[in-house]
Design a protein around this ligand. Structure first.
Ligand code: TYM
Length: 340
């Protein structure tokens, strides 16, 4: 956090409405959101503008947004405590993103590893939006003067870019106290949930293997089956966390276990040390189902009333605009536009 920023603490985070959410999204983000809302002012955004950086079906996009809204509520986010809205309903995002395009440097964006990972060898054919994605993310946070940003570890570099943009804006326009330098909240066992098929890769929506992830929409049977099939190695459950360093597949499962059971990895190992993976996976599957089945259930109940979800999103969009619009109006004045 900038030493000089005097404004109030405000949590901001976003989730893309692309495909079903998985356990990584839940443990790395949604679960933390539900906890933070009790301590700080929270703004949670369904980032549909980010979603269209890759092609989306116009017939499905609104439903995908409702799906994420339902997942937020089912995970315990309370719309009376936190603002939950969709990004495209608040114009401040796109406007501030343009101003930040003129602050961010091309060299900074060239260093973003997530673009390289997503674009692969086809970067020339990707949308400009996908390349510019982290600038819009900075605008999301800073349109609200967000001070704390709960995310999974994969967003760390984007958060650093947000800080760089805030700092450069403050410096270039001679307003050292204007934007906070948003602080990532990444710690905790759920910050990097790994693939069930490869403990060296993060669990991801874009992995072609559905068996690599647990989706929030999976039934209890599917969850149990995916965990039973999860990759381990030929040993037994280790006794110390030190031993996990050389055993990524096992380490990934132990981390998921700890995050779901709200215990430390050392405690997971104490309970299962020296045991076979069969019983370990059975215990993990039981906990996963205990935690996720009620969430899936609730999600389906919220989704059964799309009009109510829409009303909540619209109300929250208005509330969000009331915070962001005056901040972006200040930015216009700082930049020096006529009529600002
Ligand atoms: P998205 O939609 O890819 O992911 C949503 C959240 O889930 C976290 N996450 C994970 N956490 C732990 N383990 C995993 N395997 C895992 N996979 C995903 C992500 O870190 C994220 O917190 N760029 C963002 C959305 C965004 C945003 C923002 C976030 C747009 N504007 C402003 C914070 C602030 C994204 O694509 O998240």
């Amino acid at each position: 956090m900038s030493d000089t920023y005097q404004g109030p603490n405000r949590v901001f985070s976003g989730v893309q409405p692309t495909g079903a959410l998985h356990l990584g999204n839940y443990l790395g983000a949604l679960k933390k959101f539900a906890i933070l809302q009790h301590d700080m002012e929270c703004v949670f955004c369904i980032v549909d503008l980010h979603a269209i950086t890759t092609p989306q079906d116009p017939k499905l996009l609104a439903d995908q947004t409702r799906h994420i809204a339902a997942a937020f509520l089912a995970s315990g986010v309370d719309p009376k405590k936190a603002i939950v809205y969709n990004q495209s309903s608040v114009r401040a995002h796109t406007e501030l993103a343009w101003y930040f395009n003129c602050v961010a440097r091309i060299g900074w964006l060239n260093r973003m590893t997530q673009f390289k990972d997503k674009a692969g060898k086809n970067s020339e054919k990707m949308s400009v939006g996908l390349y510019d994605y982290p600038v819009l993310q900075a605008a999301d946070i800073l349109a609200f003067k967000g001070t704390h940003v709960p995310v999974g570890e994969d967003q760390k570099q984007h958060l650093e870019l947000s800080r760089d943009i805030a700092q450069k804006f403050n410096h270039d326009y001679g307003v050292p106290h204007f934007f906070p330098l948003p602080k990532p909240l990444i710690k905790g066992p759920g910050a990097k949930v790994m693939s069930l098929r490869d403990g060296t890769k993060k669990m991801s929506k874009s992995d072609p293997s559905d068996a690599s992830r647990i989706n929030l929409t999976d039934s209890a049977d599917v969850i149990a089956k995916k965990i039973r099939k999860a990759k381990t190695d030929s040993g037994t459950v280790p006794e110390t966390t030190k031993e996990l360093e050389a055993r990524p597949d096992v380490a990934g499962l132990v981390a998921i276990y700890a995050a779901l059971a709200n215990i430390s990895e050392a405690d997971v190992l104490t309970q299962h040390a020296g045991g076979q993976f069969g019983p370990f996976k059975q215990a993990l599957a039981d906990i996963a189902v205990d935690v996720l089945a009620p969430i899936t259930d609730l999600m389906n109940r919220y989704l059964a009333d799309p009009d109510e979800l829409d009303r909540m999103l619209s109300r929250a969009g208005d509330q969000a605009a009331q915070i962001a619009d005056p901040i972006v109006a200040d930015v216009r004045r700082i930049i020096g536009f006529r009529g600002a």
